[in-house]
Design a protein around this ligand. Structure first.
Ligand code: CU
Length: 208
């Protein structure tokens, strides 16, 4: 009887130890991942860069045409069923919150689906969100180049043979670039308009 109880207690202790070890391991892994996330934010200088693209109203523009303006940059595509509309809505709300104070903030929507997102298609789409949003498209090569600069991943989703109906897989970060074109910060999906406004205000208060 006594021995049985001892065995049970030892067993319970062992389970406890294993659980503690698992929790410790999970915590360490979580911290490592966070550290990795921080590390990618520590090397921001290499995010962004020069580009030549076509606006939704057919003008050829370069990154330098937005010199002197904050840029809220989002990569997506007009056929996107959920994420892109949500993120563009967030950017539009941030613009509304800033009002006149956002006169020097330029939202840019860069398509990662240039095959379907021609300038007229983009024009119709961006108008749904905010009059200040500029849609940008280009050749497959131009889009690949700018996506690479911003570390944006995108790929046509497999399994949809219809060339008008396919979906795109793509990363869903929004980028805040400073008036000199340098990288300020990246917003993960789910960032609120208030947080975007705050990030711009914080950068302003530090002086350019
Ligand atoms: Cu999308």
């Amino acid at each position: 009887m006594k021995r049985e109880r001892l065995v049970r207690m030892a067993f319970a202790a062992l389970i406890g130890l294993i659980m503690a070890a698992v929790i410790a391991w999970m915590t360490i892994r979580h911290d490592q991942r966070q550290a990795a996330g921080v590390a990618t934010n520590v090397a921001p200088a290499s995010i962004g860069g020069p580009f030549t693209l076509t606006t939704h109203d057919g003008r050829v523009v370069a990154d330098t045409d937005f010199q002197g303006k904050y840029r809220l940059v989002f990569f997506g595509y007009t056929f996107c069923p959920d994420i892109c509309p949500t993120e563009l809505q967030t950017i539009a709300q941030a613009m509304d919150l800033m009002g006149e104070g956002g006169a020097d903030v330029q939202p840019l929507f860069i398509t990662i689906d240039p095959a379907r997102d021609t300038a007229p298609v983009l024009a119709e789409y961006v108008a749904l969100f905010h009059p200040k949003v500029i849609g940008l498209t280009g050749t497959a090569e131009q889009i690949a180049a700018v996506a690479k600069e911003y570390r944006v991943y995108y790929a046509r989703s497999q399994g949809e043979p219809d060339p008008t109906q396919y979906l795109m897989d793509h990363s869903t970060f929004s980028y805040l670039m400073a008036p000199d074109g340098s990288f300020v910060t990246v917003f993960a999906r789910g960032t609120t308009p208030e947080q975007m406004v705050e990030a711009i205000a914080t950068h302003r208060s530090r002086g350019r």
